[in-house]
Design a protein around this ligand. Structure first.
Ligand code: AHR
Length: 306
């Protein structure tokens, strides 16, 4: 579609006159906390007012927050949708009010791309594929691999896409079997609970694929409580690469981490500034990220910001 010049229809404003409303998912994970801090710091540095709300992982709260930003007449709305579906009504209200919307981190599944100016965030399908590729290599000599998948929040883009990417890769070889796949809601407590229950019904798990570090860290607790050695008896792949995850990787309790960067603040500020100046932005901006083995985690940890 080639971007949009939806600068609110008027002249560009001085930065200290701009108001941006940000509707965050919640504080479910270390990733999310780092993401919130980074966004708040970037707007503060830029001298742009940021109104912030925490939806506590509930879509209805997020819709309320967005409606309140529309009522307050903010210049831009940015949000990270809790789930993919059900946004058209409120996004149409923002459009009718002439307020450009920027999706950060997570996508909506709306067919109408005029409802948002840009989507800034990771390629979650690719993250899932990277996880799958590691599994294929790691288990190259195995005859059968029993996998537990700890899914993110049901209906959230990263949960849907990370499952899809992983399945794309391991699905090519019948020896990989996902024996259980359940949501842990991207939280440590969720990962712990689900893993505790699954260990009882599935004694021979070879691999845990957790959609984020926090659920993987919860799974580690459950595995240790069951008298098994995480990273050895059961291999673990996670996504994010926050400090606690990286430490567990360095300690050999996690075996591989696919990075998902929470540092979206500066790019979000840049989008707002560009639109404010009447410029155009790309409709899709993909975050650059890498993967980490144990050795790479040991090397990266001293400088890890979050
Ligand atoms: O949307 C990004 C995901 O949400 C992160 O991977 C997860 O940790 C967070 O809760």
């Amino acid at each position: 579609s080639g971007g949009s010049d939806a600068a609110g229809g008027g002249e560009s404003k001085a930065l200290d006159e701009l108001v941006v409303g940000f509707a965050q998912v919640g504080a479910e994970s270390g990733w999310r906390t780092a993401n919130t801090k980074d966004i708040q710091a970037a707007f503060e540095d830029a001298g742009i007012e940021l109104k912030f709300s925490d939806a506590q992982q509930k879509q209805e709260n997020q819709i309320k927050a967005i409606r309140s930003y529309i009522q307050q007449g903010v210049d831009y709305i940015a949000f990270s949708p809790v789930v993919e579906t059900g946004w058209d009504a409120v996004l149409n209200e923002a459009k009718a009010a002439g307020i450009p919307v920027i999706l950060t981190d997570r996508a909506v599944d709306s067919k109408d791309e005029s409802l948002y100016v840009s989507f800034l965030g990771s390629d979650f399908v690719e993250e899932g594929e990277k996880a799958g590729e590691w599994a294929v290599e790691e288990f190259a000599d195995a005859d059968s691999v029993k996998i537990v998948q700890l899914e993110g929040t049901t209906g959230a883009a990263p949960a849907i896409d990370r499952a899809e990417g992983f399945a794309n890769v391991i699905g090519e070889d019948d020896k990989f079997e996902i024996v259980a796949s359940q949501t842990g809601d991207f939280t440590r407590a969720g990962g712990l609970q689900v893993m505790e229950a699954l260990l009882k019904s599935n004694p021979d798990i070879d691999l845990v694929y957790a959609h984020n570090d926090d659920m993987g860290l919860g799974a580690i607790e459950a595995i240790e409580a069951a008298g098994l050695v995480p990273g050895v008896d059961i291999k673990i792949i996670t996504v994010d690469a926050v400090k606690d995850g990286m430490q567990a990787l360095a300690d050999g309790k996690i075996n591989f981490i696919v990075e998902c960067s929470p540092l979206l603040g500066q790019q979000l500020v840049d989008i707002v500034k560009t639109l404010n100046d009447g410029g155009t932005v790309e409709p899709r901006i993909v975050t650059e990220e890498t993967t980490f083995t144990k050795e790479q985690a040991i090397e990266a940890l001293p400088d890890r910001q979050y």
